[in-house]
Design a protein around this ligand. Structure first.
Ligand SMILES: Cc1ncc(COP(=O)(O)O)c(C=O)c1O
Length: 397
């Protein structure tokens, strides 16, 4: 089969809920992916930061394949010998007392919403069914009907209502707006430390510190969605670490499996997570032994290989190189660690397609932003190589 045949198959049998670049990948290793014609590309998206450890990392592969031969799924009706040690490692690394394992990011966000509401009723004393959660304009937390219901992006919501009540939207990056929006029934503020899908939007310095203080003062839980920013992407283990903020609940996913398998979790201390009782919440696959073995190895790869430092150092280098490109198309270069957005004055799609021609895979974020978020194992030499293509592409007419 040729590239065109694969695309036709997709288009015939898959719902058209994505607009992918027409590259058909059949192999990947580290920062490189290969298409069915044997062309090689530098992956600058990392599956939306799920493959921070690089594609098919051998340590994670070994853990996955060994576990696949033993047992893959027990359901939580029984216990398995992998989940406990995975969650212990995750809790020790993140500094929380307990975790609730799920699969996709959206499920972990839903878990955090449930945890916050339950805390609101049982601990804060909010009257039944009145809990409010404050969210930000431009947010992206996933695609369930509850989550898209509090998105500000019309295309995410159109034709999918009616939506879950109990969410209030404020501008992103505006801590005074949070203070104003809090009422006696507010249980949580849900926020991305950097808005990824919103276009790599970095809030003003001190924002996270301020909102953490406002939440604490008003007995409101701070929920940080670190699904995209967490696990080294921004040059800190969690993006909240840049401002020494410890949220009440953190949600992680994506790189928690290094791209092998959907593994996510909500993290909190016992005061919140301990409120869940048998039957309250769950998932057939959440906490399964295959995902747990993979997750444990994925965390070890990040810590054992210094990927957080690598992201910080090479991110600064890459951003510096991009910031020196003198192109009239560029409005702003921004980022933290290897999470970089180049905002253009014009639509970014054409530039992504040209980069694809030259062997670099990027995806436009919102209309005008090119996101550069390669696996954290990228080297300086690979960034230098990439810049020999990125620079002329950004300069084109
Ligand atoms: C910040 C954030 N939250 C949640 C999600 C949803 O994760 P998933 O697609 O695994 O449900 C994403 C995915 O891009 C994300 O970036």
């Amino acid at each position: 089969m040729e590239t065109r045949d694969y695309i036709e198959l997709d288009d015939e049998y898959s719902a058209h809920n994505y607009h992918p670049l027409d590259v058909v990948i059949n192999r990947a290793e580290g920062v490189w992916v290969y298409d069915v014609d044997g062309n090689k590309y530098l992956d600058c998206l990392s599956a939306y930061s799920a493959v921070n450890q690089g594609h098919c990392h051998p340590t994670i592969l070994k853990a996955a394949s060994e576990q696949m031969h033993r047992v893959t799924l027990t359901s939580r009706a029984f216990r398995n010998d992998q989940m406990g040690s995975f969650l212990r490692d995750l809790c020790e690394l993140s500094g929380y007392e307990m975790a609730l394992p799920m699969n996709t990011g959206a499920e972990a966000v839903e878990t955090a919403i449930k945890a916050a509401r339950k805390w609101g009723y049982r601990v804060k004393g909010v009257p039944n069914d009145q809990a409010e959660i404050i969210v930000c304009h431009g947010n992206f937390h996933g695609r369930t009907t509850t989550i898209v219901g509090f998105s500000s992006e019309e295309s995410y919501k159109q034709d999918f209502g009616p939506f879950t009540p109990g969410f209030v939207t404020i501008p992103y990056g505006d801590s005074a707006a949070l203070e104003r929006a809090i009422t006696p029934t507010t249980v949580a503020f849900l926020v991305e430390p950097i808005q990824g899908e919103g276009g790599v939007i970095i809030p003003p310095e001190g924002y996270l510190r301020d909102v953490a203080e406002i939440c604490r003062r008003n007995k409101v839980l701070l929920i940080a969605d670190e699904i995209q920013t967490g696990l080294g992407r921004t040059g800190a283990l969690f993006a909240c670490d840049h401002e020494s903020v410890r949220p009440d609940i953190v949600v992680v996913g994506k790189a928690l499996s290094g791209g092998f398998y959907p593994v996510s979790a909500a993290l909190a201390d016992n005061e919140i997570m301990g409120l869940f009782q048998p039957g309250d919440h769950g998932s057939t696959f959440g906490g399964n032994p295959l995902g747990a073995a993979i997750g444990r190895a994925a965390l070890a790869v990040i810590t054992d290989n210094g990927l957080v430092d690598q992201s910080r150092e090479l991110g600064a280098y890459f951003k510096g190189r991009l910031a020196r490109v003198e192109s009239d198309h560029i409005k702003e270069v921004r980022g933290q660690g290897l999470f970089i957005g180049v905002e253009l004055h014009v639509p970014a799609r054409r530039f992504c397609e040209e980069l694809q021609e030259r062997g670099i895979l990027c995806k436009e974020t919102r209309e005008n932003v090119i996101r550069f978020a390669p696996p954290l194992v990228i080297t300086k030499e690979e960034i230098d190589w990439a810049m020999t293509h990125i620079e002329p592409v950004l300069m084109m007419d």
